[in-house]
Every structure is written in C-alpha cells, then in structure tokens.
Design a protein around this ligand. Structure first.
Ligand code: GLC
Length: 424
C-alpha cells in the first residue's frame, strides 16, 4: 500500500495492485510510469512479466502526462527523501537536475549499457556515475495525411514554408467541400516543456541555434530564430486552431487521429495509436522528418526520451536495479517497439525485421533519431528548467500574439543572462 504521505504530496493514483509475494524474501517495489497514450499499459505488462519471473511485487504509479508537472512532483518527493518510489521514469533532460538522488547503476548492469546508444549513456552519466538506463528514445517527427495530400495533388513538404502553404490549401479545399472541422497543422503549443521541444525544432530548422550553445553562450536572439518564430506565430488562427495554445501531445493527437488535421508534429508513439483498429485514419498516415527552415535550412527533430533510475532512498536498490535492467533489456524494448512504436535505445533493434515491419519509419528515419538535436540541458545543468521555461514562455507569447518574435527573443536573452549570472 502507498503511505498516506505520498498520496498527500502527489496527485497521483495507484494504477495497479501488487501481486502477492511468491517467496518469503520477496520485495515490494514501486515504479512511477508515464501514462501518455499506451504507455501505462505497456509499463504494467513489462512489470508483470518481471514479477512472474522473480516473485517480487511492484506497484505501478501513474504520473501526470506533462513532463513539466512530472518534474515538479519528482522534485518534491526526492527533496523529501521519500521512499515511496523505488524506480523513477526520468526525462532525457533531467540527469543534471535530479541525478544526485539516484544510485550508480553500473554496479548492477553487467555492462548492459554497452549495447545502448553511446550518446544517451553519456547523457545519463553524471560525474562518472550511470544515473539511469535508457528505456526509449524520442525525436519529433511530422505526421501527414497521405490520402489528403494525394487527393489534392500535393507533395510531402520539404520546408516549413511548403508546409504552411500545403496545410492552407488542403484545409481550405476540404472546408469548401463541407468538412468544417478540419485544420492544417497541430502541434504542442501549451506553455510547458513540450513547446520547448517544438520551438527548438523551428529554430534549428532555420539554423537558428539551440537557445544556449555547447559552450554555454546564450545564442537565442538571432535573425534566423526570429524568422522561425514569426512563421510559427502566423499559423495560429490560420492553419492551426487557437486551442493549440493549450495542446500537449495527447490533445494534438486527439485532433489528428479523429481526422481533423492534415499535419501533426508529435513523437513516434502516435504512429501505433493512429494505426490502431479503432482509429478513423488507420492506414492513411505517413511519417517523415520535420521540414527544413527554407531551402537553406536543415531537417530536424528534438531529442526526447525516457530513462529508468533507482532512488537513493529505496529500501531495495539491488532488486530495483534488477527491474530496471529487465525493463530496459533488448527483449522488452523489442516488445514495446512492435506493440506501441516506442523507439529502442539499442542500435541493433533498428535492424530487426519484426521491428521494421511494425514501424517502417524506424528504418527510414534512423538518422533523424540518431542525430536529433538536444536541448541545452547538459550545459545548463540544474538551471535547465529555468532556461526552458523562459524559452517556452517567449514562444507562447509569440504564438498567442502577445509579442512579436523579435521583442520576445530580445527579452528572453535578457532573462537568460539573469539566470546565467553566476554561471550555469
Ligand atoms: C516526450 C519526450 C520528452 C519531452 C516531452 C515534452 O515525452 O520524450 O523528452 O521532454 O515529450 O513534452
């Protein structure tokens, strides 16, 4: 059972009851899992398989969908040294912020990390300690309605300008034909971490940098970034519903999957759901890399993804580490890839025929996944969330029309200088 203090501290609920221990020495663990799309069910299945193999029992605790809310919850729990959660599902941007609360997993991994993408292992290593094992990786991709582009004789867009034009053309034609609900493009426009990911893609596509560069210099106030954000601001109310200002991943997917958008920016998980038997757009969807910013720009996608970490406050760190190693293993990553299009972090799985048959774009977009653009979380360390929130607020101001891109980015630069004052 969950101690009352946890229930009070966290607006979470117990998503699955533990099985009875099979052996006298069996441990009771708990793991926090995301619940976006099919995530919670997948986590449950993996956990139950490990329980059956080991005789231990695990309570699966579901956390808020928004990574920003999830971080606040975790910070609260970990700062209090709470023992309630043994295994934490952590975002790729958090090792610097939360790493001090996690054990070094290399003592239990038996070298398993060697099979994972080295860049993610490096990301998860803080001061030489492996703070988390990669569970799945992510990169932003562009979803499009193949049927609608064919019907209106349009190619898949190569640039954000093409996308803007095609979205408008198809949307107008479909509306003229009676589909009043259709929009051109949906994405994550709420003021939260998801908007940082989308807006970084716009900047990067125009070669407008990554907010803060690898040396820690604040580069966000530049003409290419202004161009990118100005274009994004022009979408709202034109090809994108005003409601986007409050969309996270699932709201965007809801609109796209019900057939009400021509294009969507989202993570790979949406592929499997868009093609599920009860999806109105099953079989009508294509996935490509996000467009370039003008002809001189570059294709892009923000690096996302989730890791599993063991809390320093766990009463059973070794057993918890065993659960982590099981869930991040080849076998379990393969199951998750095939069943729900979660990207493996093990390179070999991108050459697995069953995986490629289930999710063909894992092969086509391999370079997008391995060269995805990272948010500046490593260089800004513990201050990353302040950097990101300043950035997503600036982007949100532009999308909502409260500010033009030039003034928003100039103000952001000033704010980030303040955050940096005593260094990152
Ligand atoms: C996805 C990504 C994660 C990112 C989040 C933003 O979950 O995997 O890295 O921070 O979306 O909403």
């Amino acid at each position: 059972m969950k101690p009352a203090s946890f229930a009070a501290a966290a607006a979470v609920f117990v998503a699955g009851a533990s099985a009875a221990p099979l052996a006298a020495e069996a441990a009771d663990l708990s793991i926090s899992c995301g619940a976006v799309g099919a995530e919670l069910a997948l986590c449950e299945e993996g956990v139950r398989a490990w329980e059956a193999e080991t005789g231990h029992s695990v309570t699966v605790v579901s956390t808020p969908n928004s990574t920003t809310e999830r971080l606040a919850l975790y910070q609260q729990l970990l700062a209090a040294g709470a023992k309630d959660i043994d295994v934490f599902q952590i975002d790729v941007i958090w090792p610097g912020i939360l790493g001090a609360h996690f054990i070094d997993l290399s003592q239990y991994s038996d070298g398993a990390e060697d099979g994972h993408f080295p860049a993610i292992i490096a990301n998860n290593t803080v001061d030489g300690a492996l703070k988390a094992m990669p569970w799945y990786t992510d990169a932003g991709v562009l979803y499009y309605r193949r049927d609608l582009l064919e019907k209106h004789g349009r190619d898949v867009p190569e640039t954000w300008e093409d996308l803007t034009e095609t979205a408008k053309l198809v949307m107008d034609a479909e509306r003229a034909a009676g589909d009043d609900d259709i929009w051109g493009f949906v994405f994550q426009g709420r003021a939260y971490e998801g908007l940082t990911c989308d807006a970084l893609e716009w900047l990067h596509a125009y070669r407008g940098g990554t907010i803060v560069d690898g040396n820690g210099d604040i580069t966000v106030n530049n003409p290419q970034a202004v161009r990118a954000l100005d274009l994004a601001g022009s979408w709202v109310g034109e090809i994108t519903p005003e409601g986007v200002l409050n969309y996270a991943e699932e709201e965007a997917r809801g609109v796209f999957q019900s057939g009400n958008a021509v294009f969507m920016r989202n993570w790979p998980y949406a592929w499997s759901l868009a093609n599920s038997d009860d999806s109105p757009i099953k079989g009508k969807v294509g996935v490509v890399a996000l467009p370039k910013g003008g002809e001189e720009g570059q294709y892009t996608g923000t690096l996302g993804g989730w890791q599993l970490a063991v809390s320093r406050y766990s009463a059973n760190p070794e057993i918890a580490a065993d659960l982590v190693m099981y869930l991040t293993s080849y076998k379990e990553q393969k199951r998750r890839a095939i069943k729900a299009s979660y990207n493996p972090t093990i390179a070999e799985l991108y050459r697995d025929e069953e995986v490629l048959a289930a999710v063909p774009f894992f092969g086509d977009l391999y370079d997008t996944f391995t060269n995805a653009v990272a948010r500046p979380s490593r260089v800004t360390g513990e201050k990353y969330n302040r950097v990101s929130s300043a950035f997503w607020n600036a982007a949100h101001n532009v999308l909502s029309g409260r500010s033009d891109a030039q003034s928003a980015l100039a103000a952001l630069e000033g704010e980030l200088n303040g955050v940096k004052r005593r260094g990152w």
